[in-house]
Design a protein around this ligand. Structure first.
Ligand code: 5GP
Ligand code: MG
Length: 172
């Protein structure tokens, strides 16, 4: 498979994001980091170790059902075992494409009483965006190809690759 983002470039991006988040939230009382499973677990594990302040971590799994027949609406159901009321939250995502997943989660968290919801994504495919969302922290912009590795999968394979690679035909 062709390497798109090397392990080293990933590390640089993660360090930069962690540093920025540490600065931006140094005076915030409570910071809750919510990685979106499964894809973001590798990124989040590295990211939180670049944040030099207290953080609470909770995971969500976003299952989106796209109703292609009618409106193309996405339903997201989440369960979080902590109270989000008055907390500043950073949603951690592996990659943003249409933005629908993040828009949904943000709305759910805000309506549950979160003080503020920010978004941190390792990868961004801006040309695929369908809804307008503010991605506050972006690691690396990539072209419109399907990528795997560093947590990202193809049918649950390749999450363990150290680099981010473009999935080729032979690897499907
Ligand atoms: P969206 O922004 O369209 O709501 O969804 C983004 C989600 O689609 C990501 O969390 C990820 O699960 C999946 N996704 C989008 N692009 C890719 C890609 O290139 N590779 C992989 N493995 N997943 C992707
Ligand atoms: Mg995902």
């Amino acid at each position: 498979m062709k390497v798109l983002v090397t392990e080293e470039k990933i590390r640089e991006a993660v360090e930069r994001l962690g540093k920025k988040i540490s600065e931006d939230f140094k005076d915030e009382e409570h910071l809750l980091i919510i990685p979106i499973l499964k894809g973001a677990f590798v990124f989040a594990a590295d990211l939180i170790r670049e944040i030099n302040r207290d953080v609470e971590v909770e995971f969500v799994r976003s299952s989106s059902y796209v109703n292609t027949e009618s409106s193309g609406k996405v339903k997201t159901s989440i369960y979080i075992s902590t109270d989000v009321k008055n907390k500043t939250i950073i949603l951690v995502e592996d990659i943003v494409e249409t933005g629908i997943t993040l828009e949904n989660l943000t709305n759910i968290l805000l309506s549950s009483g979160a003080k503020d919801v920010r978004i941190c994504a390792l990868l961004d495919k801006p040309m695929k965006r369908k809804v307008e969302i503010d991605v506050d922290y972006i690691g690396i912009e990539i072209p419109d190809s399907f990528v795997v590795g560093y947590g990202l999968d193809y049918n649950n394979k390749y999450r363990n690759l150290k680099d981010i690679c473009i999935l080729d035909e032979e690897s499907k």
